[in-house]
Design a protein around this ligand. Structure first.
Ligand code: DX5
Length: 224
């Protein structure tokens, strides 16, 4: 997805999907009109859950007409970057909390030909990305503590979203500001007002009574 794509972007997490039918699930998300698909990669150490290896994502890649992003909730992202890029993830998001050399890690992602993203847990201040905006294509403000879907949105993160919005606008760089966790038609307006323009939704989108396409449309309208 080129960075100039009009916003807001609606990006589902496949965490709630039927893992026995990931190809079909990815095709269904594309048919529902999503802008990208996020893979929540978890190593069982940075977060207590364990999820997708690169081979799983590569197998699903051929079933998608939209780009993939990998949200790397792992303690050693540098060791995995090339494998998830090779699996077809065009955007690699690392956690600032797992990167002692964040500036170099973000540059390495771009050297691999992917776009770079940095995620901040709810407690991590916006200032952590102050000196790496030139190396960053996306900042992800987590609105839940990572590890599992279906958690409640943490509205206390909104002032940080607003601070990140100011930092990005002042930088002049074309950086996407993404939020992830507890995003529904009720919580998305607050995140959008605070300045987010890319929205991850998992459980709410999958559980919507009228199906994924209706859920995507509702989120897009509520975010506008
Ligand atoms: C947390 C995950 C979830 C997931 C979306 O580690 O990153 O935030 O993507 O979950 P929901 O939309 O179900 O809160």
């Amino acid at each position: 997805m080129p960075p100039s794509t009009p916003r807001p972007l609606i990006v589902p997490s496949v965490l709630p999907a039927d893992f026995a039918r990931l190809g079909d699930e990815v095709a269904a998300l594309c048919a529902a009109g999503v802008d990208r698909i996020q893979w929540d990669v978890m190593d069982g150490v940075f977060v207590p859950n364990l999820t997708f290896g690169p081979d799983v994502i590569a197998a699903a890649r051929v079933h998608s007409t939209v780009g993939f992003e990998a949200h790397l909730m792992v303690v050693a992202p540098d060791d995995l970057l090339s494998r998830y890029a090779d699996a077809g993830c065009e955007l690699l998001i690392v956690h600032a909390e797992a990167c002692p050399h964040l500036h170099r890690t973000l540059a390495r992602i771009r050297d691999l030909g992917a776009r770079s993203g940095v995620a901040l847990n709810p407690h991590t201040p916006a200032s952590v990305v102050e000196h790496v905006l030139a190396e960053t294509d996306l900042v992800l403000a987590m609105t839940v503590n990572p590890g599992f879907g279906g958690q409640a949105y943490i509205a206390a993160v909104e002032p940080k979203i607003a601070e990140l919005r100011r930092m990005i606008d002042e930088s002049g760089f074309a950086i996407e500001l993404e939020v992830d966790g507890g995003i529904t038609d009720s919580t998305i307006p607050g995140a959008a007002r605070a300045g987010a323009d890319v929205f991850i939704s998992g459980s709410w989108m999958y559980a919507h009574a009228d199906g994924k396409a209706a859920a995507v449309d509702l989120l897009r309208q509520a975010a506008a």
